[in-house]
Ligand binder design. Structure first.
Ligand code: NDP
Length: 256
């Protein structure tokens, strides 16, 4: 972690799974961010107790309502974050929220494909648009040169199952709507990287490993703690070399 400090971070889908653990471990850093914005769909629902209890101990943790398929909720979250940031900008945006409903080539429907695309691709696209002015402000204000998560970055949480160059076999990973959506998310990442490089914003897709969460199931290889320890290490080391790439939780570049 030497030399890197995230002044402000926003994590979507932060009430459980990888998103919640990211928030926890960011707050436990020796030099924690001043602001951690944790978004969830239902801040008053039953599935955010852990996040709420963290927020009661950490004044810099702000819970924001954000539903990826609802542009008004995304824009309202951006407005609220802007008030807290007071012109200092947002350093790190982690588009983590996502879904993986079962869908094989035989069972998948038009509705499945479109609904997963809306959450996994349109969501991160809209979230990034809404927070872009804050990311640009952070990059501009930073005394750091080059690209890094300490300066300004968009991290889109993807999966190795999205790879066209090295796809896992269908029997191992038959979730067609999910795989297609994450491949599209990779292209979104690449386009964002091409567009925002000159603004000083790093853009990368991230594979968190196969992680024991509701999405990853309890058969997965990694605990959420192991995955997120790796992710935070990787985030603190990302630079020009990994810009516009798919990187895994151990820092390896995955061919996409
Ligand atoms: P979980 O199912 O544990 O958590 C998913 C999170 O996304 C929840 O907070 C959920 O909120 C939120 N979410 C779902 N739909 C929406 C929506 N429409 N709007 C806003 N938030 C939403 O998943 P993981 O933690 O495992 O996954 C996190 C990310 O990591 C995903 O993008 C996933 O694709 C990726 N990933 C995970 C792997 C794994 O093995 N676990 C492997 C590769 C990639 P709510 O509680 O309200 O449903």
């Amino acid at each position: 972690m030497s030399g890197s400090h995230f002044h402000s971070v926003l994590v979507t889908g932060a009430n459980r799974g990888i998103g919640l653990e990211l928030v926890k471990q960011l707050l436990e850093l020796r030099e924690p961010p001043k602001w951690v914005f944790a978004t969830c769909r239902d801040p008053h629902g039953g599935r955010i107790q852990e996040l709420r209890s963290l927020a009661s101990k950490h004044p810099g943790l702000v819970i924001l309502q954000l539903e990826s398929t609802d542009e008004a909720s995304i824009n309202a979250a951006a407005k609220e974050a802007e008030v807290h940031l007071a012109g200092s900008g947002l350093n790190l945006l982690i588009n983590n929220a996502g879904v993986m409903p079962p869908s094989t080539l035989e069972s998948v429907t038009k509705e499945d494909m479109l609904s997963v695309y809306r959450i996994n691709v349109v969501g991160p696209m809209l979230v990034t648009k809404a927070f872009l002015p804050m990311l640009k402000a952070a990059a501009k204000r930073s005394s750091r040169k080059g690209l890094s998560c300490s300066r300004a970055a968009i991290i889109n949480v993807s999966t190795i199952g999205s790879s066209i160059a090295k796809p896992p076999p269908m029997v191992m990973f038959p979730v067609i709507s999910y795989r297609c959506s994450k491949t599209a998310l990779n292209m979104l990442t690449r386009c964002q990287a091409l567009e925002y490089k000159d603004d000083g914003i790093l853009c990368a897709a991230l594979h968190p490993g196969w992680v024991k969460t509701e999405l990853g199931t309890d058969k997965a290889d990694l605990t959420v703690q192991e995955s997120v320890q790796g992710i935070i290490r990787v985030l603190s080391s990302l630079c020009e070399e990994q810009n516009s790439r798919l990187v895994d939780w151990e820092g390896r570049i995955v061919p996409w």
